[in-house]
Design a protein around this ligand. Structure first.
Ligand code: PMV
Length: 324
């Protein structure tokens, strides 16, 4: 193995059509197709060095030694890289989230995408984005999508994500993220989705219906039918959350300010704005809007009681290597 330090940057992504549920738990393959938008404002930079003499993989997150669970997930990805590169060297990994604030926004998508790219490169492996996306997907399905910029799709059962080219109207789209609670989430997405699959009577109808929403969103993006897209973005998020709400015990990710921000989005629409919400496995509300309206949407969301920060983002680029 060639010894070197590699540094990669990747941006986070928000699913417009949600992934929730695993087809194959061992291989971490998604049960439903998903479609996302990569966001410029949320990015992670990760440095990897395979180092002789280390007795285990080391992870620093934002400059601090990481907790064991985070290090274990990074170790798993590095084991895959070592197997492929026929290496036994452990690595020093340092990952920095350049998010506007460390305010409980999931960083696993950008984190695993940047780690997968930097680790394959440092190990001297092929860095074709399909291969890197498949490696990231084995750790976090949403991370597979962060290798690519703009709109990105991931089919059910697929090994890697694929970039999606929408019609020209989609160039006007951007996202406003409203942070509705401080601190980290209670139940991680893997535990949450397995619990939903095992106990929710609504999971099967979610799984069966999701592909139709996905096909509709692809068509709406291609045709530039943004109102119809917005409606199906909300439906995807609400159907996913309905499957969680019906789990036993129920999985409720909403905070009081989540509902208040959703209400604010309805009011914005009644007043003629283009604004549609989506939520992930957490309380924050992400609002799809148009460039020309982003300041007004951000101002309205900032005024919602319980919303403590608002982040505005344009679509972002795919993952790339940078000079160390
Ligand atoms: O990739 P994971 O395991 O962190 O799961 C992500 C799940 C959602 O964020 C809720 C939906 C999605 O498609 O990103």
């Amino acid at each position: 193995m060639q010894l070197k330090t590699s540094v990669a940057i990747a941006h986070s992504n928000i699913a417009l059509c949600k992934y929730w549920g695993k087809l194959d738990t061992q291989r971490n393959l998604p049960a439903v197709p998903s479609l996302s938008l990569t966001l410029e404002a949320l990015r992670t930079t990760t440095q990897v060095t395979f180092t002789p003499g280390l007795e285990q993989d080391e992870l620093r997150l934002n400059g601090e030694l990481a907790p064991p669970e985070a290090t274990a997930r990074v170790h798993e990805l590095l084991e895959r890289v070592r197997r492929e590169a026929s290496s036994t060297l452990y690595a020093r990994v340092s990952s920095v989230n350049e998010f506007p604030t460390a305010a409980g926004l999931a960083s696993s998508a950008s984190g695993f995408a940047a780690l997968a790219l930097a680790a394959r490169h440092a190990a001297g492996l092929d860095c074709a984005l399909d291969r890197v996306s498949a490696l990231a997907r084995a750790s976090s399905v949403s991370a597979a999508r962060s290798l690519f910029g703009g709109f990105v799709t991931l089919e059910a059962g697929a090994e890697h994500a694929v970039p999606f080219t929408p019609g020209p109207a989609a160039n006007e789209l951007c996202m406003v993220v409203a942070l509705t609670q401080r601190g980290s989430k209670a139940i991680g997405s893997t535990r949450g989705m397995l619990h939903t699959q095992e106990t929710s009577p609504y999971y099967e109808s979610w799984r069966a219906t999701a592909p139709r929403l996905y096909a509709a969103q692809r068509e709406q993006l291609a045709q530039g039918d943004l109102e119809a897209l917005g409606a199906s973005v909300e439906q995807s998020a609400l159907m996913m959350h309905a499957s969680m709400l019906a789990a036993r015990p129920a999985l409720i990710y909403f905070a009081p300010a989540t509902l208040a921000a959703m209400q604010c989005v309805y009011e914005l629409r009644r007043a003629g704005a283009f604004a549609y919400f989506t939520m992930d496995a957490g309380p924050h509300v992400k609002v799809l809007t148009l460039d020309a309206q982003r300041a007004a949407v951000a101002a309205a969301l900032s005024a919602v009681p319980g919303v403590h920060q608002v982040i505005v983002s344009r679509p972002g680029p795919g993952a790339r290597l940078v000079q160390s």
